[in-house]
Design a protein around this ligand. Sequence first.
Ligand code: HDD
Length: 677
Amino acid sequence: MEPTVPSPAHLDPEESTPLETSLATERGLQTGDYLTSGQGVRLPDTDHSLKAGPRGPSLLEDFHLREKITHFDHERIPERVVHARGSGAYGTFTAYGNAASVTKAGFLAEKGRETQVFVRFSTVLGSRGSADTVRDVRGFATKFYTAEGNFDLVGNNMPVFFIQDAIKFPDLIHAAKWHPDREIPQAQTAHDTFWDFVSLHTEATHHVFWAMSDRGIPRSYRTMEGFGVHTFRLVNADNETALVKFHWKPVAGVHSQAWEETQLTAGVDPDFHRRDLADSIDAGLFYEYELGIQVMPDNPDETFEGIDLLDPTKIVPEELAPVQPIGKLVLNRNPDNFHAETEQIAFHMGNVVPGIDVTNDPLLQGRLFSYLDTQLSRLGGPNFTQLPINRPHAPVNDNFRDGMHQSVVHRGIAPYLPNSLSFGGPVPAGPENGGYVHVPKPVLGDKVRANPVSFADHYSQAALFYHSLSPIEQDHMVEAFTFELSKCYEQAIRVRMLSVLANVDAGLTAKVAAGLGLPAPEGKPPVAVTPSPALAQITDRTWPIAGRVVGVIGTPDAATAALQATLKTQGVVVRVIAPVGGEGVERTFQTARSVEFDAVVVAMATDNPQVTVLLQEAYRHAKAIGVQGDGERTLAAAGIDVKAPGILRDPDAETLAAALGKHRVWERIPLLKPAAA
Ligand code: HDD
């Protein structure tokens, strides 16, 4: 028989605090019509400090002045040591129900079960105030508030990582962040210490290829994949296990900015991704992703088709293990308070629920330590799980007590086990009562600081990735390597990195070397590479266009009204760019920049120089350009050939939508290359 445990209201399973309620309570703290001090005393004046006469010194006895300034002085908390720049949203995850064969985790296994989540997207290297569109890995961290406790899937938009063992993480980050003497560059890998490290530490090669690909510069968080990176071990109701990799597949497809576009955007709108996420949710144009899993047998050597599943620098090509969709995520609510929610959310790889277990991937094992530890200094003590954004929606009865910022008034005198003074409770839950049981796997071996032999292959999957990309993406990668290495001061680092590239692909190395004005070294690239077409972004597919932005150069008159109305029904955001502001005008010639738009329609004649620049950039970035009325004169002023691919004369909404669905006018790209190239 289960003992009856008298539990305070906040611990009562029947009264578990849904996030909605807990947030409402927090908001409720600010009540009443009158301004008060932190102690609730009404205040008559918050603009003038208490002084000895109007010209006199301020008085120490001014409790309001001191309290107001003291609180302000402590408003900031330390930014995350990595992933400091980010933004997030709430969403709903709905399970398709087909994962029950591999996991007993209710939120994945039960068809139609809805689970609230919070997702925080981030860049890795920059400070909190850095630009969104820099070339970097993007974090994709999801907290599922499941009925069985919180599950955190703390992933990235790239499926592999720079290092194979967590003990290297401080080295990686010290090399990748700014130089410690001058704290430059901000949010960039284009500098000596990064390339010094990765050229010496060749297990980073595969990941560097992803970072230098278009994945490093996503169009928005809506258009990027997410990956759990590590292999996880799932357990079903019969205690059968499978090795699994998690994938988030964006419904809108994977799309990137152009490299020049990212640089312009960083100045024009450093909040580009953050703004798109928040504005889209406000407009009801929700971001959507499917959660998918690759399922591999849990065999004793933890390999699949010769790929070591414990090596986080390796993928399993989707052609070998298809990604099976198991649920859908819709991000549908903006946070109310950035600090309380987005900044204070604390993810942890160890937040797992029954049905999901970890593997011995040495990178994952180290992460199991780091995430809890970092919150102690970032959030000021061990009680961060009580913050509304971190509180589980499942009942909590943990016997943890006291500590900094304790906000629960615990009752009772026996927060220990075993006890007889609290009716013996709370009682441990066996598996039959939903208790978390680690998969009993044998552990054997000598204590060594060593890697499995298979971890020594640093190049074959970098080559696999490169050869899976479309030629345009490959060109982008050549440009990225050339740009970044050009930014190094030390020639020796460039030379060394070229010798790393030579072990991946001779053609790529030759092109990068030519760009750097250096000889191409010879290497030993893999002889036979089987590409994985699923890795290419540029394909024949057409993607949903909800959330895409079209700029209409003209006045908000009837000329483009029909076009605008039809596009809006498809979720396209249309902004009129007029010579001056006014009713229906969202941008003027002075304020609009090309990077804000996925396509442009020119519906008036103008030789305004800012419009000229806008169109030249849109053309160069291979965006569709529609022309109406005497708009051709505007294109002529910008030197744009109206017969070029993707210049659409009098486009109807369908034509424009089709162009947007391709993301860019890829056929124009060859025309954009300098003649000598
Ligand atoms: Fe990490 C934050 C993703 C390796 C240590 N990491 C952090 C965030 C993401 C990732 C998305 C931001 C979470 C948020 O939005 O709050 N990290 C990854 C991935 C990795 C990875 C996908 C490899 C597969 N990380 C990694 C290692 C270590 C850390 C090997 C340490 C040994 N990561 C941290 C951290 C952070 C963090 C220091 C900083 C802030 C935080 O955790 O809460 O603990």
